[in-house]
Design a protein around this ligand. Structure first.
Ligand SMILES: *[C@@H]1O[C@H](CO)[C@@H](O)[C@H](O)[C@H]1NC(C)=O
Ligand SMILES: *[C@@H]1O[C@H](CO)[C@@H](O)[C@H](O)[C@H]1NC(C)=O
Ligand SMILES: *[C@@H]1O[C@H](CO)[C@@H](O)[C@H](O)[C@H]1NC(C)=O
Length: 386
C-alpha cells in the first residue's frame, strides 16, 4: 500500500524546499539531506520505500506537481506504507519523541479546510452513497457569443435553486482571444426542462453534453490541458453574480490576456462558480477550520494564470493580485459587502494573510497547532501555516 502520494510529496518537498520561514534550519549542505534519507531508509519497514533521483520513476512521480512552479527537487522521496513508519519518519525529521500515530477526534475541526498543519492522516472512514448516471459535459464557445453566456450565467446564478444543477463557465484567454469552457452538470441522468435551455441555445464550437457515468463527467473537464506549466491562483469571494460583475470578468480576461500573453502567459482564466447561497448550511457553525462563518454563502471566483518562463513569475503574481483587487472593487460597487469576506484557501494567492482565510477561527487553529505539533514539524512543508 505505497499509495500515500500526498504524504510522499510532502516528504519530498520537506527534504529540499528552502522555505523562507525555515530557511535557516534547513539550509545545510545537500549531503545532510542524503543522510536523513539514509536514516529513514534504515528505519522503515518493507511496506515503505525511499526513492532516489536518477533512474527511479517513482521519485519523479512523487515530486511532480500539475504546475511546474510547485515542483521541487529533493534529496529523496519517501512513500510510507504503514502508520508506524509515518511515525518513525516524522520522528527522524523532528528528532523528538512526540507520539504521532493515534486518534485525535478534535483534530477533525482543524483538518477540514486547515491544510497540513497538524500531522499526517493515516486512516479515515469514508461513508459512500449510491450514485446514478449524471447529465452534463463540456461546451466550448467562441468570443462572439460571450454576451449570451454572461446573461445565461447571471440568470442561472440568480434563479436556479435546484441543488442538483451546477454550471462552471470558465472565461479563458487562449491563443490570442477570449473564449469559454462551459461545464454543465445535473446530478441525475436527465435534467428537468428549463434549467439549462439558455446555455444549450448558444451556438457552440464543441459540445459533449450527454447522460454518462459521474467519473466520465469529471474527466470531461480539460483540467490537465494546462499541466506542466508555471501557475498561480488567486480569488475573490462574492455573494451573487450580476451583469456588471460578468462584464468585468470578461474585461479582465481580455485585459490581462492581452498583456500577459506578451510575457509567456498562455492561459489566462477566470472560473465563475455560482454555487447556491446555502453552500455553507450543511454543517454546524464552528465545525470546520474553513469557512470562519457560515452566516453567508460565499462564491469563490478563481483567477488562474499559466505561463512558461520563471522570469515572468513576479509579473504574473502582480497581475493576479491587481485583477483580484479590481474585481473586488466591482463587487463592492454592486453593493455586496465582501470587503472582509473569507477567501477560499485552495485558490488564495500564497502570501494571503491567514486572517483573510480563517478569520475568527485562526486563534483556535493556532492553539490546536501548538498542542499537536509543538516542534513545528509540519512547518518544514509548504502551505498555509498556523
Ligand atoms: C471505521 O471503520 C472501521 C472498520 O469498519 C470500524 O472498526 C471503525 O469503528 C470505524 N470508525 C468510525 C469512526 O466510524
Ligand atoms: C497531465 O499533464 C502532465 C503534464 O503535461 C502530464 O505529464 C500527465 O501525463 C498528464 N496526465 C494525464 C492524466 O493526462
Ligand atoms: C478593464 O480592466 C482593467 C484592469 O482591471 C481596468 O483598469 C479597466 O478599468 C477595466 N475596464 C472596464 C471598462 O471595466
Amino acid at each position: 500500500m505505497r499509495q500515500s502520494l500526498a504524504t510522499a510529496t510532502w516528504l519530498a518537498a520537506l527534504l529540499t524546499s528552502l522555505l523562507p520561514s525555515t530557511a535557516e534550519s534547513v539550509q545545510t549542505r545537500a549531503d545532510d539531506f542524503t543522510s536523513v534519507c539514509n536514516e529513514i531508509s534504515s528505519a522503515i519497514s518493507s511496506a515503505s520505500a525511499v526513492h532516489w533521483p536518477g533512474l527511479d520513476l517513482a521519485y519523479l512521480t512523487d515530486i511532480g506537481h500539475w504546475a511546474t512552479s510547485s515542483s521541487a527537487q529533493s534529496a529523496c522521496s519517501v512513500e510510507p506504507g504503514t502508520t508506524e513508519d509515518v511515525a518513525a519518519i516524522l520522528q527522524i525529521l523532528a528528532k523528538n519523541k512526540t507520539p504521532f500515530a493515534d486518534t485525535y477526534p478534535d483534530l477533525f475541526f482543524g483538518l477540514k479546510g486547515g491544510f497540513n498543519n497538524f500531522g499526517i492522516v493515516t486512516k479515515f472512514n469514508l461513508t459512500t452513497h449510491a450514485q446514478t448516471e449524471v447529465w452534463g459535459g463540456l461546451i466550448t464557445i467562441t468570443e462572439d457569443q460571450l454576451d449570451k453566456v454572461n446573461a445565461a450565467t447571471v440568470k442561472f446564478s440568480q434563479s436556479v435553486t435546484d441543488p442538483k444543477a451546477q454550471i462552471l463557465p470558465t472565461y479563458n484567454f487562449l491563443l490570442g482571444q477570449p473564449g469559454i469552457s462551459l461545464i454543465l452538470f445535473y446530478d441525475f441522468p436527465t435534467p428537468p426542462a428549463g434549467i439549462f435551455d439558455d446555455f444549450l441555445a448558444i451556438p457552440h464550437f464543441t459540445s459533449d453534453v450527454k447522460t454518462r457515468p459521474f467519473l466520465d463527467l469529471v474527466k470531461a473537464a480539460p483540467a490537465n490541458a494546462t499541466g506542466g506549466q508555471r501557475a498561480i491562483f488567486h480569488t475573490v469571494s462574492l455573494l451573487e453574480y450580476t451583469d456588471n460583475i460578468m462584464a468585468a470578468v470578461v474585461n479582465e480576461t481580455k485585459f490581462w490576456g492581452q498583456r500577459l500573453s506578451l510575457q509567456t502567459g498562455n492561459f489566462i482564466s477566470y472560473d465563475v462558480e455560482p454555487f447556491l447561497p446555502s453552500i455553507f448550511s450543511h454543517s454546524a457553525e464552528g465545525s470546520s477550520a474553513f469557512p470562519p462563518s457560515r452566516a453567508k454563502g460565499l462564491l469563490p471566483l478563481n483567477i488562474y494564470y499559466a505561463w512558461g518562463l520563471d522570469l515572468a513569475d513576479d509579473a504574473m503574481h502582480d497581475a493576479a493580485r491587481q485583477s483580484a483587487a479590481h474585481l473586488t472593487q466591482v463587487v463592492l460597487a454592486e453593493g455586496q459587502d465582501v470587503a472582509d469576506a473569507a477567501l477560499y484557501g485552495n485558490y488564495a494567492i500564497f502570501d494571503t494573510p491567514l486572517e483573510r482565510i480563517y478569520g475568527g477561527n485562526l486563534a483556535r487553529l493556532q492553539a490546536l497547532k501548538a498542542q499537536y505539533d509543538p516542534e513545528n514539524v509540519m512547518g518544514l512543508a509548504g502551505g498555509w501555516k498556523f
